[in-house]
Design a protein around this ligand. Structure first.
Ligand SMILES: Cc1cc2nc3c(=O)[nH]c(=O)nc-3n(C[C@H](O)[C@H](O)[C@H](O)COP(=O)(O)OP(=O)(O)OC[C@H]3O[C@@H](n4cnc5c(N)ncnc54)[C@H](O)[C@@H]3O)c2cc1C
Length: 441
């Protein structure tokens, strides 16, 4: 487990790119940002902090940001929907960012002009695009946006589907089944579906003790896998499969089926279709009936990235890691979940780091200076329960022109004391708050 000192050191390292000395006043220019989520907001804030003379305009389709990170905590009543809301007031009033509530719909890359749904035109020197994800509802036979909005919500982009899912879980019959259909790689928030399963199981222990959580999966592993399985084992009666026990501390052996069942690809967990009328999902191992179904569909870069020609065959946006400039359209930078920046994960933490790197790089480009070599950090804080947390840390730098994993500061997450798991849950909550402040306030 990470010490407090390491923790603070790494929190500082997360902003390392933006703390380097910089004669920002030599740089002038006009930047338009599409998307006021983690990537876009952090970029705009840090750009204005470092180089206030640069004109920064955010085009965001919603007047209030609903944060996806932490949104599973609505499902078990830790927080309300309103706790997910983040205001753009500080960006406007404290940093002088021009925040326009409108939808970006057109790009003239030669003339460098963005058009919005209202018909307004925004000329730029550099365009930054951070539109999050598009959920590919139709990749699962029988699933659609309509089914997601009425019967089997996704909620992976939070909003009314999150609220619907919360109500369905709350109103589920005693002894009912909550089924999560996990997505294929790559996807937003790698530990997310499994954390969601744990949080709903914890809620059930109190309000629906004979209920069950099933996660059916087209994959055999996920980020934070060993830590999460250990939490499931200790708290929800989950028996870790033999082939995943290696390196694990002593596990509880449960004689009865626990509250969580994870059906991997090797066990036939790949989902094939959904019948939302019969409330069942067909998988390679057969049909699973459930009372509440939460589908996390396959995903790709936010729609506007595809519309603007920023995506390649993978559905994501290839970028130059030094600047996050698109490899397909000049003077356009892509941040956050939409960018292909592996091994950086599609997380808010990474989007925030990428935004700082890009802001610093664009200031240098405007000033005619070479860009610096970037570095990044990501910490996946995850909960297996309200008081049971853990974290997995990654540090990244450039190796042979590519983003690479670097050796991490020494710490261990498996087999630590209960107190440390409680502490990690406190860190997770503290991070949620300080991270939102760092990006938006
Ligand atoms: C359940 C869950 C739990 C998570 N937990 C964590 C966590 O613990 N830690 C972590 O680091 N990450 C977590 N994440 C992931 C994190 O929320 C995302 O990785 C992060 O929000 C990505 O930032 P982004 O800027 O790419 O996209 P977003 O934050 O989604 O922002 C995109 C913005 O672009 C806007 N937009 C899109 N298209 C247009 C357009 N055409 N015109 C105008 N505006 C547009 C959208 O309205 C949106 O506001 C979690 C996600 C989920 C779903």
């Amino acid at each position: 487990m990470i010490s407090r000192r390491d923790f603070l050191g790494m929190a500082l390292a997360a902003g390392a790119a933006s703390l380097l000395p910089l004669n920002a006043h030599a740089a002038t220019g006009k930047v338009v940002v599409i998307g006021g989520g983690v990537g876009g907001a952090t970029f705009a804030k840090y750009m204005k902090m470092k180089a206030p003379q640069i004109e920064v305009t955010i085009i965001e389709q919603n007047p209030i940001y609903i944060r996806p990170y932490g949104s599973s905590e609505v499902l078990n009543g830790h927080i309300d929907m309103s706790d997910l809301e983040v205001s753009y007031d500080a960006l406007r009033n404290k940093y002088g960012v021009n925040v326009i509530i409108d939808k970006a719909v057109g790009l003239d890359a030669d003339k460098r002009i963005v058009t919005t749904a209202s018909g307004a035109k925004f000329p730029y020197d550099r365009l930054v695009v951070s539109p999050g994800i598009e959920l590919l509802y139709d990749r699962l036979e029988g699933y659609s946006r309509e089914v997601a909005e009425t019967k089997a919500p996704s909620g992976w982009i939070p909003g009314s589907q999150t609220a619907l899912l919360r109500d369905q879980i709350k109103n589920m019959r005693q002894g009912g089944t909550f089924l999560i259909v996990a997505p294929p790689n790559p996807y937003r928030c790698p530990p997310g579906p499994y954390e969601r399963g744990a949080l709903v199981a914890e809620w059930m222990q109190k309000y629906n003790p004979t209920g069950k959580v099933i996660i059916t999966d087209p994959k055999n592993e996920f980020v934070t896998g060993p830590d999460m399985r250990l939490g499931w084992n200790r708290m929800y009666g989950y028996n870790v499969p033999e082939d995943l026990k290696s390196g694990m501390p002593t596990l509880k052996q449960h004689n009865e089926a626990g509250m969580i069942d994870w059906i991997r690809e090797v066990d036939g967990g790949r989902p094939l279709s959904i019948d939302a009328t019969k409330m069942q999902v067909e998988t390679e191992q057969g049909f699973i009936k459930a009372d509440v179904i939460n589908v996390v569909p396959p995903m790709k870069a936010g729609k506007v990235a595809t519309l603007f020609g920023l995506t390649d065959k993978s559905g994501w946006c290839p970028v130059d890691p030094y600047t996050f400039e698109s490899k397909l359209v000049a003077n356009v930078h892509v941040l956050g979940d939409s960018a292909s920046a592996s091994p950086l994960p599609k997380s808010g933490f990474a989007a925030n780091n990428e935004a700082k790197v890009a802001a610093y790089a664009i200031i240098n480009l405007f000033a005619g200076r070479p860009v610096e070599e970037p570095s990044w950090e990501n910490t996946c804080y995850a909960l297996a329960g309200k008081d049971y947390g853990f974290m997995v840390i990654g540090v990244y730098g450039m190796r042979d022109g590519k983003i690479a994993n670097l050796p991490r500061p020494g710490f261990q997450t498996l087999d630590v004391s209960d107190a440390k798991h409680r502490l990690a849950a406190v860190y997770q909550q503290a991070w949620m708050k300080s991270f939102t402040e760092d990006s938006f306030a």
